[in-house]
Ligand binder design. Sequence first.
Ligand SMILES: [Zn+2]
Length: 133
Amino acid sequence: MTAVIEVYCKKCNENFTLITKGKNREQIEEILQKQNGFECTAGNHVELDNPMNYWVLGKIIDKEVPSDLEKLQDLKNSYSEVYTTSELQEKYKVSGFSFGTCICENKSNGKKAYFDFTRIGNDRFYYKLSEVG
Ligand SMILES: [Zn+2]
């Protein structure tokens, strides 16, 4: 079991939890208030101010949290293509970023593809949203 804090996002109207890493509610609030930008993983929106303008903190509870390996497996079950940064660069040429989405060109067929990304543990994983052309 892991201690997590319940969070409600006023912008995307979603509930989720954050791992407390041994911090109490006040300490978490203080850390969040110092951030100058974040991606709300619940609704995938990127904001340039601090999360406390969007998030309402709830109770700290104990919860069964999936391991990094389980999270990666979930991601692979949900999307056809999942890559680390170096794997992505082997298959795709990154042409830019737009609203938190990575725009790529498939090196083998020239098709344009859109990837979103998430952090699991210390690694960033890209997962394919769609392909055009
Ligand atoms: Zn949100």
